[in-house]
Design a protein around this ligand. Structure first.
Ligand SMILES: Nc1ncnc2c1ncn2[C@@H]1O[C@H](COP(=O)(O)OP(=O)(O)OP(=O)(O)O)[C@@H](O)[C@H]1O
Ligand SMILES: [Mg+2]
Length: 242
């Protein structure tokens, strides 16, 4: 496997408080990894640490073999790392077209049209809602729009925090299918999901976090079959039909 992202004994948090502690893992290029854990386990904090918006205390983060943990988020973005945070993050009063244009702000203007064209090919619904205010889209469409606003930069590492939260089962399936399609192009994906069952089905690897530390890591199918994980995150039972 080609290691895209390596996290080595990372400790990171807020102010004087470390939250993620002594965390290590490596992600293969083009793989999908799901982060699982209860509320407050440190999942969002780990994504923020990789993107660079919070305090780094110790350890290393290597992206494509180069240390990035001391770089500003804008510099990480320039190197192909993109983050879609938890919750709504579009500009609701602006149209879909304007939001996508905003997503392009770090790119030379000659690239904008082609990049927007490419993400619209991935998410055709955006083209259909082109002139609507983003705030008038459904939750699922807004999630796709926010992911698209990041994808226009053509990231090589995509950090997604709860992309299917609050969506209908059908729209969740669409989001998962989009993540699969993105990873199939060689993009490495690290995703936090409350829909553990759905996320494990599309993931190669799963990491379970507890109290800021890595509790378990393994092939998604294996983690899915673990009795402790079934009990804690899958309601003790898995629907085998999907
Ligand atoms: N901005 C912040 N300042 C200080 N502490 C924070 C901040 N954000 C989160 N924390 C603390 O860090 C810990 C981990 O929070 P984090 O948001 O990473 O958890 P999470 O696993 O993403 O949980 P959830 O499933 O609820 O989203 C919590 O104890 C939280 O209170
Ligand atoms: Mg979170």
């Amino acid at each position: 496997m080609t290691v895209a992202l390596a996290i080595e004994a990372l400790t990171a948090g807020y102010g004087e408080t470390p939250i993620v502690r002594d965390f290590s893992t490596s992600l293969a290029r083009g793989s999908i990894t799901t982060l699982i854990g209860g509320n407050g386990a440190g999942k969002s904090t780990l994504l923020r640490a990789v993107y660079g918006t919070i305090r780094w205390f110790a350890g290393r983060i290597l992206w494509q073999g180069e240390e990035i943990h001391a770089l500003a988020p804008t510099e990480r973005l320039r190197r192909g790392i993109a983050f879609v945070p938890q919750g709504r993050c579009n500009f609701p009063a602006m149209s879909v077209a304007e939001n996508l244009k905003l997503g392009c702000y770090t790119l030379p203007s000659r690239l904008h049209a082609a990049r927007v064209e490419r993400v619209c090919a991935l998410f055709p619904v955006l083209r259909a809602k082109w002139t609507l205010a983003a705030g008038n889209l459904s939750g699922g469409e807004q999630q796709l729009l926010e992911t698209a606003m990041v994808l226009v930069t053509e990231p090589q590492l995509l950090l997604l925090d709860e992309p299917s939260l609050g969506l209908s089962p059908k729209t969740q399936a669409e989001v998962f299918a989009a993540v699969r399609a993105i990873a199939a192009t060689g993009v490495t994906v690290l995703v936090v999901e409350q829909n553990v069952h759905g996320a494990l089905l599309i993931s190669d690897t799963a990491i379970v976090m507890e109290l800021g530390r890595k509790f378990m890591e393994g092939p998604a199918a294996q983690v899915r079959g673990d009795a402790r994980i079934r009990e804690a995150y899958l309601g003790g039972n898995i629907k085998e039909t999907t």
